[in-house]
Design a protein around this ligand. Structure first.
Ligand SMILES: [Fe+2]
Length: 189
C-alpha cells in the first residue's frame, strides 16, 4: 500500500482510492496491480513480465510505451550510491517515468506545477506514472532495495534534466511506512 504525504498541508493519505483520486488531480496515475498468477520471490525478469503482461499491454496501448524491462536494485548493486545520486535531485524527463513495484520500497517526491510537493512511498503492487515534464526526485527507503517493471516510450528520452532549484533539499528523504506514521500527522483515507 502506498503512502502519500502532503507536507505543506500536514496530511497523509493511506487509502488506495483516495490516493488515486488525489494524484489524478496532478496528472499522476496510481494503480494497484495483481499478477495473473503467483510470482516467486526469485522469479526471473521474463517470468515477472509474463505474470503482469495483461496490465503491461493495457498500459502500453494507453501511453504509447513500446518496451518494458525489470530493474533490480539492492545494497549489493555496484555503484549504487552513484546511481542514486542521479535521481535524488529535482529533475524532469522528456518521457513518462512509469514504475510498477515488484519488491522493496521507494520514495518519489513530485513538485507539481501549481501545487504542493507530494511525497509518495511505493511498495510491492504499486504502479505509478509520472508524466513527462513533471518535476520530481527519487530516494530508496531504509532497505535500499527495489525491483520494478519500467515502461518506456523511447529510452533515449529518459535522461534527467536537472532544475537545480534546491527544493529537494527541503524534504527529508525518509520513508515512514504506514505502520510508522508520526502521531501528529492527521490521517485521511
Ligand atoms: Fe526521474
Amino acid at each position: 500500500m502506498a503512502l502519500v504525504t502532503i507536507h505543506d498541508e500536514g496530511r497523509t493519505l493511506t487509502d488506495s482510492k483516495a490516493i488515486t483520486e488525489y494524484l489524478a488531480g496532478f496528472g499522476i496515475d496510481y494503480e494497484k496491480w495483481i499478477p495473473a498468477h503467483p510470482v516467486a520471490d526469485d522469479a526471473s525478469a521474463e517470468q515477472i513480465l509474463e505474470a503482469y503482461s495483461g496490465d503491461i499491454d493495457k498500459l502500453k496501448a494507453r501511453g504509447g510505451y513500446v518496451t518494458a524491462d525489470v530493474i533490480d536494485v539492492s545494497p549489493q548493486t555496484p555503484g549504487l550510491d552513484e546511481m542514486l545520486a542521479k535521481f535524488n535531485r529535482e529533475h524532469w524527463h522528456d518521457e513518462d517515468e512509469v514504475r510498477f513495484i515488484i519488491s522493496g520500497h521507494g520514495l518519489f517526491h513530485i513538485h507539481a506545477q501549481s501545487g504542493p510537493v507530494i511525497g509518495i512511498e511505493v511498495e510491492a503492487g504499486d504502479l505509478i506514472r509520472v508524466p513527462r515534464g513533471t518535476r520530481h526526485w527519487f530516494n530508496l527507503c531504509a532497505d535500499r532495495r527495489i525491483r520494478a517493471i519500467r515502461l518506456f516510450q523511447d529510452t533515449a528520452g529518459w535522461t534527467p534534466q536537472y532544475t537545480d532549484s534546491g527544493v529537494d533539499e527541503k524534504f527529508m528523504p525518509m520513508c515512514f511506512g504506514v505502520s510508522h506514521l508520526p502521531y501528529n500527522v492527521p490521517i485521511s483515507s
